[in-house]
Design a protein around this ligand. Sequence first.
Ligand SMILES: [Zn+2]
Ligand SMILES: [Zn+2]
Ligand SMILES: [Zn+2]
Length: 135
Amino acid sequence: MGKPIRRKKIFQVTDDIRTGQERILETTDECDSLSKAGSIDTVGRVKKFFMDCGCDGPPGGRCHEDGCGAIVCQTCFGHCAGCQKPLCLEHSWFVESPDRGRIRLCRHCRDKLVRKERWGKIARFLLSPFVRFEE
Ligand SMILES: [Zn+2]
Ligand SMILES: [Zn+2]
Ligand SMILES: [Zn+2]
């Protein structure tokens, strides 16, 4: 490759919904150089920064479970139906509710539900297994 005559670097960023901080989604490196034959050659490189969940979709938000803080895509992201805490898929527990369908809970609210229902009259709800959602 000949002498570089122009370099270009593009960052594709987005604002994290929760923190308001910029997050890099993609970087593009381009370099134009003059070849020996007299042509201008462009060499480019695109680097993608995947979400913490491993998906490359648009970011949904940051998980607020203790010690997590993962930024996950819109598909994986959701809020706890009990306390509205933002959650990644790894820290979400899905419970089939007879009247509300499948609801997402944080570990804390799930434990609370389990404790409550152990004594409550809808104890049979407990018998339906808590399903960890797997992609
Ligand atoms: Zn995802
Ligand atoms: Zn919760
Ligand atoms: Zn998490």
